[in-house]
Design a protein around this ligand. Sequence first.
Ligand SMILES: *[C@@H]1O[C@H](CO)[C@@H](O)[C@H](O)[C@H]1NC(C)=O
Length: 438
Amino acid sequence: MSSELSHSPFQPPPPPLPMAKQPPTRPKTTSGDLLLFAGAALVTLLVVYSLWSFLAPNPSFSSPLTAEQSKKTKTECAAREEVNLRHDPPDPTFYDDPELTYSIEQPIRDWDGKRREWLKHHPSFNWGGERVLMVTGSQATPCKNPIGDHLLLRFFKNKVDYCRIHGYDVFYNNVLLHPKMHTYWAKIPAVRAAMVAHPEAEWIWWVDSDAAFTDMEFKLPLERYRNHNLVVHGWNNLIYEEKSWVAINAGVFLIRNCQWSLDFMEVWASMGPQTPNYKKWGQIQKSTLPDKFFPESDDQSGLVYLLLKEKEKWGDKIYVEGQYYFEGYWLEIVGTLDNITEKYVGIEKEVPKLRRRHAEKVSEAYAEKREPYLEEAGYGRWSWRRPFITHFTGCQPCSGKHNQMYSGESCWDGMQRALNFADNQVVIRDGNGAHCCH
Ligand SMILES: *[C@@H]1O[C@H](CO)[C@@H](O)[C@H](O)[C@H]1NC(C)=O
């Protein structure tokens, strides 16, 4: 078994969507995309945005802010600027409980009350907003793939860019928090520890190391998830009708920092390799999910299993997001990036206000200005909107043990293309299209 933190190297592509045409086959292209824009003579500072955006519902989504929301957003932003990093009064909080551990093995009870109490003593964080902490990570040792560490660095830089632009915190974990919860199970203890260490965060956002943000402007539509505690990308019909283990993808998920989530992760983790029931769970998952072909219990199958078998208990708080690329399968995406670039360049040629140079901190304003021109783009598959997250499922950049159905070349080339596509939205270019920072 690979020691990669991301998902199983055996993971096949998701089954085609109902009614979907086969994706067009396309010639292989090379990875020189960083110079994609050279010669386009863009007088552009395609740098992306922050600040105002901290909480506002996604401008990419249709519903305009109500007056009340807009007022709320402004207040919250004001509060955010006044976050007090030096204020920690002596009043006891859950941190003073000697029994408290960050370990997944010891349950925490009344977390909502404890978190609320902490926030009461740290009022500068208590702005009723939706603070997001991104958690990602990779193994503790050097990659076996000779370019693995370089690729992981680029993937991490990509996440740092996205987080800086949107005012999110980011935590990179590279220790195995539970010695037996290796590979794709390792994220659960990391997310759990992040919740306890970050009571100020409303959401923890796990993003696999091999997933790249390919739309730096797109914001999570958090408003949409206000009644949910866990968001994963997937399709309900594939869960409930096909019972497919790839009906969802567990490599990117958003989980609310609350007791429900701790309880859920406890049940989810109980199928993991640290328990005496690991073998049994592998058999149960395999017999429940007809397309699961390997015997080990895995986190993704576990999640589908819980949706299927304990729907009443958990289902109403789990949002299965299929309306945009909350994460998307790279083979479906990479070949479309050139055409998407062309569309965006075409728009910018027509609309001078989108080409205006500006500071990165105010880029959200430019994202909003762009939105009207993207109305026809659509979302997800077959759309020409920049895909939000491109996930290199099955590629295993660090170990190099990619799924045999692709060549390593197609994986590494696809990654360079997606990461260059993202960098082109962030790097600073001068008027001749040269890169002043490279
Ligand atoms: C890109 O656009 C061209 C021209 O419109 C079209 O022929 C081609 O099929 C598109 N490629 C992809 C991968 O969508």
